[in-house]
Write a protein that binds this ligand. Sequence first.
Ligand SMILES: [Fe+2]
Length: 421
Amino acid sequence: MPASAASKRVDGPAADISANGGAAQALGCDPHRFWLDAYRAVRAETERRAAFLSAEDQVVQSMPDASPTKWHRAHVTWFFEQFLLRKFCPGYEPFDPRFAYLFNSYYVAAGPRHARPQRGLITRPGAAEVTAYRAHVDRAVAALIESTTDLAPLVPIIEIGLNHEQQHQELLLTDILHAFSFNATDPAYDPHWQWPTQANPTSAQTLVAGIHRIGHDGDGFCFDNEQPAHQVVLRPVRLATSLVTNGEWLEFIADGGYQTPTLWLSDGIAAVEARGWTAPGYWKKIDDVWFALTLGGLRRVEPARPVCHVSYYEADAFARWAGKDLPTEGEWEAAALGGALGDAFGIVWQWTRSAYAPYPGYRATEGALGEYNGKFMVNQMVLRGSSLATPAGHSRPSYRNFFYPSARWQFTGLRLAEYER
Ligand SMILES: [Fe+2]
C-alpha cells in the first residue's frame, strides 16, 4: 500500500510493534534487545512469505499497481538503508549504490527512481543477490542497534521501517495472487493454505449514535494519517456484525446486479463495462459452478465465506441493491471500539464510504518520510479492519487503509450499515 507515515513516538521502546494499538509494554526489557528482536522477527516474516516462491515467480509484475516479490524484498531493505543507516551509521557502505535508484518507490526527496510500471523488467539483481542485500543491511542495522549509546532517535525510524515492511508483506501476497491469476493452471501460492476461521454469519446489527472520538491518541505506534484524534457526530446507524457473504453476493449476481445500471455510480458502471466484470475478482464458472483463485489455488466458492476481491464500486452497488449503505469510517471505528463487530480484523478489509482525506488539523511529517501518506489524500476510499494477508499485530481500530475505488486485487469485502428511518 502506499504505506503510511511516520510514528509520533520518539522515546524508548514502550510500544511493541505487534501491539494492537495498545502498546505492549516492554517493561523490564533491555531496549536494545527489544528492538533487535522486533527487527529480526519482522525481517524473517518477509522471507518466510517469499520462500513459497521461486526466483522466476519473484520477477513478474502483472500490472503497474502490483510489484514483483523480489522488488518488495529489496525496497523494504532500501528503506532501512535510506532512512536509518545513511543518517545514523557514519561510514556505512551501501551494498550497491545503484540500488537506491531501483528500489526507491515514490520518495521524490530521496532522489530519482525506476518507473513503477516497469519494475518487472528488472531481472538483475536476481533473487539470490537480493537475499545478500538483505543480509548486508541486516548486519549493519543489528550492529547499529547493539552499539549505539543513544537509541532514542533511532526508534521512530526502526518502528516505521518495520511497520512499512509489514505493509509490503501483505502486498507480497496480493501481488503474487494477481500474477498467478494470469496462469491458466491456477497456481497455488501455498497448497496447504486455508481460509481463516470466521464467526458464523448472522443478521445481527450493532447500534452506534452520538458523539464519538476516533483516531489514534494512545500509546503505541500509529501512522500519521490516524491523527489527530477528534470527535465525530454520528446519526443513529446499525452496522451489521457480520461481513457480506459469497451467498449474498450470488443472490446479487442472480438478480442481475452487474447488469442493472441504476444500482451503480457512473464511474462504477463504466468500470463494469470496460473491465467486463460479472463477479468478484478471481471468480470463474466451471460447468455452472463458481470457483475462485485463492492463495491455496482454485477453490470452490463457499456461500458462507465473506465475499472477497470486490471493488468500492461493487461494494457500493451491492449496498444499494440491498437497500442499505456502506458505513462511514467514523461509524466503523466507533462500532469496532464498542467491540460489537464480528470479523472486524483478519478476514477482509472493509470498504467504507469515506473518502481518504486528512483528519482536521493533520500535517504531514517533515522530510522525505512526510511523503509516506499525506500526498495520497485524494481520489481514494478508506478501508477499515485488516485482512487474512495482514501480518499478525499490524492492525488496530484506528488504522486507515486506502485504495482507488476500482481496485480489487487486495483482500477486500464489506459490511453493511442501516440508518434509522
Ligand atoms: Fe513502500
